[in-house]
Design a binder for this molecule. Structure first.
Ligand SMILES: N[C@@H](CCC(=O)N[C@@H](CS)C(=O)NCC(=O)O)C(=O)O
Length: 224
């Protein structure tokens, strides 16, 4: 098989979901290889099974005929070189799509820390600390701004579906898991992401891991 995407557990690995969606949307044929992350070395990029396929010690990692790419955004760019429609065709819209994608890739530490991706979990709304609240406000600012500007083009963040949507898909699952209240426009966009057929396929393949006595996964919050 020429292209292999190494991924972490589907219920928890937000980084893995992004390129997996992008390869599906691009109709690039790939084989997926699941690597359990609850192994010695986790959190330090030192899991032996991961290191053997990803020099940075993290998933996702892609192997395309021996070319190894070990970062979700770099994998997205590799896919876009073959399928340019993964980015918007208008240069100005494309620049905006890249900006919101890069912001998601490099920021939102509070959101990642407090609202760990756990696609199957549902819990009541709670009060988040200030940096997390700031992250949530910023996500909604991006979503509202883009959706207002591109509403007439289509239902995705920049109108037509793009790499930016794959980067915000894990956020939509986090908002659902933690019952975060949303304005109508943001709620509609989250619904667009969560009802995408490829996302539903991923969700359907989510398996929860070890459960403690209170019904929470003991590895909740480990994978940001
Ligand atoms: N910048 C990387 C981050 C990937 C990442 O942090 N992956 C986590 C799992 S979701 C991981 O592999 N962690 C292993 C470890 O920390 O040892 C990307 O975008 O691909």
């Amino acid at each position: 098989m020429p292209v292999t995407l190494h991924i972490g557990p589907k219920n928890y690995s937000s980084w893995s979901l992004r390129p997996w969606l992008i390869l599906r949307w691009a109709a690039i044929d790939f084989h997926e290889n699941y690597i359990p992350l609850d192994q010695p070395g986790y959190g330090r990029g030192e899991i032996a099974d991961v290191k053997s396929v990803s020099p940075g010690g993290t998933v996702p990692a892609l192997n395309a005929n021996g070319l190894v790419i070990w970062d979700s955004l770099a994998i997205a760019e590799w896919a876009a070189e073959q399928v340019p429609s993964l980015w918007p065709s208008e240069p100005e819209v494309r620049a905006e799509a890249r900006a919101v994608t890069c912001e998601m890739h490099s920021s939102f530490a509070g959101l990642r820390r407090d609202l760990g991706m756990n696609i199957k979990r549902r819990c009541p709304h709670q009060h988040w600390q200030e940096d997390t609240q700031r992250d949530l406000r910023r996500v909604f600012e991006i979503w509202n701004g883009c959706r207002t500007r591109y509403a007439s083009v289509g239902p995705w963040l920049l109108g037509e579906r793009s790499i930016a949507d794959a980067f915000y898909a894990p956020v939509a699952t986090r908002l659902r898991t933690y019952s975060v209240p949303m304005e109508e426009q943001c709620r509609r966009y989250a619904t667009t992401l969560l009802s995408d057929p490829d996302f539903l396929r991923w969700e359907n393949e989510c398996v929860t891991d070890v459960w403690d006595q209170s019904g929470l996964s003991v590895i909740d919050g480990l994978y940001r």
